[in-house]
Design a protein around this ligand. Structure first.
Ligand code: GFB
Length: 315
């Protein structure tokens, strides 16, 4: 199937437009001149309600759907609320994908996560590693939901030629991230903890785990760029990894956040907290071969995110 040409006036439904990914996609589409974005807050449209989602699609008939709505969280939230992570994500994606198909959406992009891959997948992780081994237990519930989304897109493409593609981003960060002290991902959690420690003149900051896990981080504006690139250029069965290609240890990340925030105290490691998967670097060579590459370095992205946090969350 060849990629369709997307008109800038096409009706584009960005599900989850207030979240980290959705808000970045809206910024990107707006800057490119897309004029007909369909945006609904959670209060306006409950994506877990099949009847509400179907009525929305029946009325507005979105031509393009970017499925960036999901229940997400860091290692602690995933480990603590497994029922919420599997149930809510399966509901949101099943409702949106099936209604998009039923109401003849021209193209849908489903967003997954690098945690779909086995805990001990070969590194860097190629797309072909999917379903080749057991998942990381702390986030298998979320991962199973996301794997189901990929498979649903593939099944609809095979059986009905529905143009649904899936992108698998690595660990993301940026404006509109969740800065909750316990339920967020490591990068926003540390930005907040080091900032508050600086203000309170604390001597120590506690960071979870051993510091040895390796993670790859991508600024969400780079992801939004890749999403639009894939919508315009890709129409294939297999999902596509979207990473920065650069990995850092959690210890290196903590040092970098400390530097960006300007905190002077010590770091203490809490080994009672889980490390999660030891390493998670994606092989994004497929996307590179299509002609896309990331632009934002971790240091620049961290500084940008810290500024956003200062202006919008905590001053
Ligand atoms: O960001 P994070 O929760 O995501 O944790 P995962 C990454 C690493 O940072 C782990 C350590 O080794 C944590 O132990 N860490 C250190 C911290 N301090 C903190 C802290 O204050 N908060 C957090 N959250 N971590 C998630 C999955 O796994 O990755 C999700 O649970 C999703 O499902 C996401 O896939 C991208 O990379 O471990």
């Amino acid at each position: 199937m060849d990629p369709i040409t997307i008109d800038k006036s096409a009706a584009v439904f960005v599900a989850g437009h207030r979240g980290l990914v959705g808000s970045a996609v809206v910024r990107k589409l707006t800057s490119l001149g897309y004029t007909n974005l369909l945006l609904r807050s959670h209060a306006e449209l409950d994506l877990t309600s099949q009847s509400a989602v179907d009525a929305f699609f029946a009325e507005h008939k979105p031509q393009i759907v970017i499925l960036a709505a999901a229940k997400v969280g860091g290692i602690h939230a995933n480990n603590t609320y497994p029922a919420d992570f599997i149930t809510v994500n399966l509901q949101i994606q099943t409702n949106a994908i099936s209604s998009a198909f039923k109401h003849k959406t021209l193209k849908l992009l489903f967003l997954g996560s690098s945690c779909i891959y086995p805990k001990f997948a070969p590194q860097p992780i190629p797309e072909s590693a999917l379903l080749t081994g057991p998942l990381e237990p702390t986030n298998e519930w979320y991962a199973i939901a996301k794997i189901s989304g990929i498979k649903m897109c593939q099944a609809l493409r095979i059986q009905h030629s529905f143009d649904a593609i899936s992108a698998m981003p690595t660990n993301l960060y940026g404006p509109n991230d969740n800065f909750h002290p316990h339920n967020s991902h490591v990068l926003p959690a540390l930005l907040r903890r080091f900032h508050e420690a600086k203000l309170s003149k604390l001597e120590n900051v506690v960071v979870w785990g051993s510091g040895t896990p390796l993670r790859e981080f991508l600024h969400v504006d780079d992801l939004a760029d890749a999403i639009v690139f894939l919508l315009e250029k890709y129409s294939g069965l297999e999902h596509v990894n979207v990473g920065s290609g650069k990995e850092v240890s959690i210890k290196e990340l903590a040092e970098l956040v400390k530097e960006v925030v300007g905190y002077q105290g010590q770091i203490i490691w809490d080994s009672s907290k889980p490390d999660g998967t030891p390493r998670k670097l994606m092989d994004s060579s497929k996307l590179a071969s299509l002609g896309w590459e990331p632009k934002i370095t971790l240091k620049d992205g961290l500084a940008d995110t810290y500024n956003w946090y200062l202006e919008n969350v905590h001053s």
